[in-house]
Design a protein around this ligand. Structure first.
Ligand code: HEM
Length: 256
């Protein structure tokens, strides 16, 4: 596939992702919260809210309490995605900086990427595959599942599978992949590696980038931290809660 096409598609997808996420987050942040709707038991003070959000975002605390058998694969899957992001950043975007920071020579760095990247890629695939199977075999979960509940995991599984294929089957010219990414980031696109698996990986990532802002995957934008059920303080007895719609009327003589 031509240099221009793959690079251009990646620019368009990235633009849709950034603008789409920006709009979604803007509307979330600006949405009025007319009621105190914090889920109790909840902290009364800001340090407690920060602790609650940290535990929720990094540890999926509510899910851990509700369903341990779902929490384990869900947490491991999300954790492995974070590691994959860091791996792509270190291995493909800033390889020299990452290698120096870790104090490794080129061979050691390659070896570490092979072992850690391979293990994390497999972990992500197995955990997500299990989450999809669980959705299919539990009747009550299958009952509430819609098309998007299958589309998102299948798309992610395909991205993980093509990534793992490049990692385990070899054959990819990694230096060419790195210069493709560097050229793309510098707005001077160069030819991608002529590897059909790499092309498939990138095309699937483009679909993912376009899909995220319009789907439930938008939660990567911080829905946990932005949710008033989690980020409010449980202090309606100590402080009167003023509906954001009423703030303008608060000081007017007619306000009740
Ligand atoms: C534009 C974005 C992306 C680019 C340019 C990219 C590129 C690559 C390349 C070149 C490899 C092979 C690395 C090697 O064999 O040394 C790879 C591996 C992999 N990719 Fe991606 N990828 C992208 C996004 C993603 C996303 C969003 C996911 C997951 C949702 C993903 C999952 C994987 C996995 C699991 C591997 C194998 C394990 C590893 O090497 O880290 N990639 N990717």
């Amino acid at each position: 596939m031509g240099t221009q096409f793959l690079s251009a598609l990646l620019y368009v997808s990235a633009a849709i992702f950034v603008i789409g996420m920006g709009c979604r987050i803007y509307f979330w942040v600006c949405a009025p919260v007319p009621l105190k709707i914090v889920l109790t038991p909840a902290p009364k003070h800001i340090p407690g809210v920060i602790r609650r959000l940290t535990e929720e975002v990094f540890g999926f605390r509510a899910l851990a309490k509700a369903d341990r058998s779902l929490w384990i694969p869900a947490w491991l899957f999300h954790f492995s995605l974070v590691l994959l992001f860091l791996g792509h950043l270190g291995g493909l975007v800033i390889p020299h900086l990452a290698q120096t920071a870790l104090g490794l020579n080129e061979n050691q760095f390659e070896g570490m990427a092979q072992v850690v990247g391979g293990a994390v890629g497999l972990l992500a695939f197995v955990m997500l595959f299990w989450l999809l199977i669980r959705r299919l075999i539990l009747p009550r979960v299958r009952w509430i599942s819609t098309f998007s509940d299958y589309f998102a995991p299948v798309l992610l599984l395909l991205i993980l599978a093509t990534g793992n294929a490049m990692r385990f089957m070899g054959g990819l010219n990694i230096a060419q992949a790195q210069s493709f990414i560097a050229g793309w980031l510098a707005l001077h696109p160069v030819a991608p590696p002529s590897d059909p698996v790499f092309t498939a990986h990138i095309l699937l990532v483009c679909v993912l980038l376009i899909y995220i802002p319009f789907s439930k995957l938008v939660h990567i934008g911080g829905v946990g931290a932005l949710s008033p059920t989690l980020n409010q303080r449980n202090n309606p007895r100590e402080h009167r809660y003023v509906n954001s719609w009423n703030k303008a009327n608060e000081n007017s003589p007619t306000s009740s």
